[in-house]
Design a protein around this ligand. Sequence first.
Ligand SMILES: C[S@@+](CC[C@H](N)C(=O)[O-])C[C@H]1O[C@@H](n2cnc3c(N)ncnc32)[C@H](O)[C@@H]1O
Length: 229
Amino acid sequence: MGLKAVTRLDVWLVAQRLFSSRQSAKRAIRSGLVIVNGRVAKPSTQVSGNEHIVVLSPHADRPRGYEKLRCLLNLVGIVPSRQAYAIDIGSSAGGFLKFLGEAGVRVIGIEVSPRFLRELSLVSAAHSSVSVVLADAFRLPTEALRVSVDLLLVDVTTTPSGTIKLIERYAHLVRPDGHVIAAIKARPTPQTVNHFRMGTASSRFCSFRAVVLDTNTQEFHVVVRVSAP
Ligand SMILES: C[S@@+](CC[C@H](N)C(=O)[O-])C[C@H]1O[C@@H](n2cnc3c(N)ncnc32)[C@H](O)[C@@H]1O
């Protein structure tokens, strides 16, 4: 019998299709969710497949964004329905898309980086209501999307002014009574929150809320509702 090749645990988990990306495999391993021969392992632990390898949580493969959006919608009391339509700007590895896809929401993800193409293709293949456009959201002609949506999600690595620009560009696609939820990559001080309150002050928006999910990160979310007709 030949010797089995030895490889890193995170690489092995993806090769065995137990995880969709090395990123999520590493996160689960570092959270202590992967046990090799009875011991908590490291991403670099060398394995051949002959070991006793256990993934403790069935949800360990969820991308980070999945839990984030679940908590966020829960906190602000938005329950996505199967009839809902959404746009997700800055889809990354597809955490938001996966959550919305599982809820049956029809959602278009917009992501600029081809780095995430593989993960995004897996999410759209698994959920027929999810589609992805690989484009720069600052340049994409919004009319080309041909939708009006109940939920606009903006989670883009950009400046606070960049986020406001994106809200302005896409807000006309949001239906009356729909919501815009945007992640702001800044500490939620009275000044930064007020910057957004002013930046989103438009006759179309009728409520403004700032939400902090994790006090350890330099991020908060603003939730605005589009006025009813
Ligand atoms: C914080 S991540 C978003 C995480 C995501 N919401 C999730 O579900 O995991 C920010 C993403 O914005 C993307 N991005 C940055 N600039 C962009 C642009 N101009 N157009 C579209 N996406 C952009 C980045 O490539 C990155 O994947």
